[in-house]
Design a protein around this ligand. Structure first.
Ligand code: SAM
Length: 237
């Protein structure tokens, strides 16, 4: 599959829960489910992966493959404040969005509508700070939430061993980027995971399951978001 689309500008779309997402009309691929970008992110990454690790660890190390709109980092920060735990969040992104795109995303506003804001956080500033944080450097976004955004291809970036409790595997689908779903790449991701760490992804393809299993990860199929029957959780033990 031609990946030229990754160098084009995606268009802004409104998904079913009111939250924005981005799509590449030429190929029909998007950043999130059209049935609700924020609801999908909570369903696939925050609830099964981050929240379960947050209950077991006072400090959670997160690796995200594909920072994109910053939605997962934003939700993780909000949840970490609720749980009162510390987070070290490493996000890898090969094609960072331009400010003219991320500045239009409505995540702070939709978050308040869907989940409230009992802690009175300045969500607009937080979201902006996630995006303006310098690349390649650890930045304290809030006390107890450190972010390092790494600009580059995940296939080419050295990862620390036995470190991450959560892996948010949020790459474009295998039909568009098969190179991001290989057993070789998952071997490197698995080596970077802590014991009992979990990786979640919206993708439930047989080849992906086999590539994860080949690296000793235990696979559980969970109900998928909206019209998707299944999603995957892979645990290292
Ligand atoms: C499905 S989108 C999800 C992004 C993000 N998690 C979000 O919620 O907006 C996939 C992301 O992976 C990024 N990406 C594509 N190829 C990559 C690569 N080789 N290494 C790291 N990131 C990549 C894309 O630019 C895009 O931001």
């Amino acid at each position: 599959m031609d990946t030229d689309f990754l160098n084009t500008t995606p268009e802004l779309v409104v998904t079913s829960d009111g939250s924005h997402s981005l799509r590449f009309p030429a190929v029909g691929e998007g950043y999130h489910s059209v049935h609700g970008a924020m609801s999908e992110a909570v369903h696939v990454y925050i609830a099964p992966c981050f929240e379960s690790q947050a209950k077991a660890n006072p400090m959670v190390e997160v690796l995200e493959v594909g920072f994109g709109t910053g939605l997962n980092a934003f939700l993780t920060l909000c949840k970490s404040m609720e749980y009162g735990i510390a987070v070290n969040y490493i996000a890898i992104e090969a094609y960072p969005l331009e400010e003219k795109i991320w500045s239009r995303l409505n995540y702070p506003e939709v978050y308040k509508k869907l989940y409230g804001n009992d802690l009175g956080l300045d969500l607009e500033t937080i979201f902006q700070n996630l995006h303006t944080a310098e690349w390649g450097r650890e930045v304290e976004i809030r006390p107890n939430f450190r972010l390092t955004k790494i600009r580059g291809m995940v296939q080419e970036i050295a990862l620390p061993a036995n470190t991450f409790h959560c892996v948010f595997y949020d790459a474009f689908a295998p039909q568009y980027q098969p190179e991001l779903w290989t057993a070789d790449l998952f071997a490197r991701i698995a080596a970077a995971m802590h014991d009992e760490a979990s990786l979640t992804t919206y993708c439930c393809k047989g080849d992906v399951k086999r590539a994860l299993k080949a690296n000793g990860l235990k696979i559980t199929k969970l109900p998928g978001f909206a019209n998707k029957r299944e999603m995957l959780m892979a645990v290292k033990n």
